[in-house]
Design a protein around this ligand. Structure first.
Ligand SMILES: [Zn+2]
Length: 339
């Protein structure tokens, strides 16, 4: 009997590994806002913005799915943390960015898909739990983007400064990346004194709040209501009932009808999927933009390891630039991706 070598992971494998992205892209050709509209509008009191939110849903999802498919995903990642930061180098840093980009797109993709599938099936409680988690993850994305964005605005396109940021003695970028990825007290207990503590999701949500505007208002309110909706109190209970026609007179009666409950949590679930899909797509574009800068500053080569790590690698002068600006590599200034 001949022994076969295990198959090497290929590009094909890595672009088709996300369950959530596959679900969100709907194999049946239907669009989410049409499928969900009847159930979303069947609430006790849908807010005025509901129609707009439902309509936005497919655009937000499409943005995330497109971003997921835009670049080759990493087959592997270099694992770095406070324990190995003395071995830091540019490839490890870029790998951390590109790996984090893939993780967050897939995690939020899975959660968003689960939220919408459960909502379609009439299981509001698990839908709300998934939507709330997606919102928390995307808040962490936004937090990291805000932190890195200030630094990168200053060093973008300047090879010397980029090299200094990535390899310099203060290790600020490494610490920031570690903070948002190390989330538990158990791991925290092993972190050296001079390293910052993990970021709590409430800090991340406050960062969105500080930014002000519609996003801040909508995110805070949606998050607060989804927290209520998944707590074993009024909220979770509300997901099980709808108003009874007969109950309008006499004692107030509700029908036990989880698949057709009239909870307004359904509106919040759609809003949370909208917000988190948009934030993660924006974050993914930002991380790739930084990774391109690092790749060009350190002149990453087209070698097997870099390909396996899914790093951006500069191509032929006439080819489209790896930063996805649409310009040819020769002419590209790698502009910051728009929102
Ligand atoms: Zn470019």
């Amino acid at each position: 009997m001949s022994r076969k070598r295990p198959a090497k992971p290929s590009r094909q494998d890595s672009t088709h590994i996300s369950w959530g992205i596959e679900q969100l892209a709907r194999a049946d050709g239907k669009v989410w806002h049409e499928v969900l509209r009847p159930t979303i509008l069947d609430t006790v009191q849908a807010p005025a913005k509901t129609n707009e939110n439902i309509h936005q849903l497919d655009l937000s999802i499409q943005d995330m799915v497109t971003e997921y498919r835009r670049h080759r995903l990493p087959v592997e990642v270099i694992s770095m943390g406070h324990w190995s930061v003395h071995q830091r180098n540019a490839v490890a840093f870029a790998s951390c960015l590109v790996g984090h980009r893939a993780e967050r797109l897939m995690q939020i993709g899975d959660l968003a898909a689960n939220a919408l599938i459960c909502l379609e099936a009439g299981a509001v409680l698990p839908a709300a739990a998934s939507a709330r988690s997606a919102l928390e993850l995307s808040a962490m994305c936004h937090y990291l983007q805000r932190k890195l964005s200030g630094v990168w605005g200053r060093v973008h396109g300047d090879g010397e400064q980029i090299r200094q940021e990535v390899l310099g003695a203060d290790m600020n970028l490494w610490k920031t990346l570690t903070r948002v990825r190390v989330g538990s007290d158990i791991i925290d207990s092993g972190v050296p004194e001079e390293w910052p503590r993990p970021v709590h999701v409430n800090d991340a949500l406050r960062t969105i709040k500080k930014g002000g505007g519609l996003l801040a208002q909508e995110t805070s309110a949606t998050y607060a209501r989804l927290c209520d909706a998944v707590h074993p109190s009024q909220g979770a209970q509300g997901a099980m009932w709808r108003l009874s026609e007969e109950g309008q007179q006499g004692p107030h009666r509700l029908l036990l009808h989880p698949k057709k409950s009239q909870t307004t949590s359904k509106v919040d679930i759609v809003a949370a999927v909208n917000i988190s899909s948009q934030l993660v797509a924006e974050f993914a574009r930002f991380l790739w933009w930084v990774a391109v800068d690092v790749s060009l500053a350190f002149r990453f080569k087209n070698v097997a390891l870099n390909r396996s790590l899914g790093l951006p690698i500069g191509g032929a002068l006439g080819a489209p630039c790896v930063c996805a600006s649409g310009f040819s590599f020769r002419l590209c200034t790698h502009p910051r991706p728009s929102h």
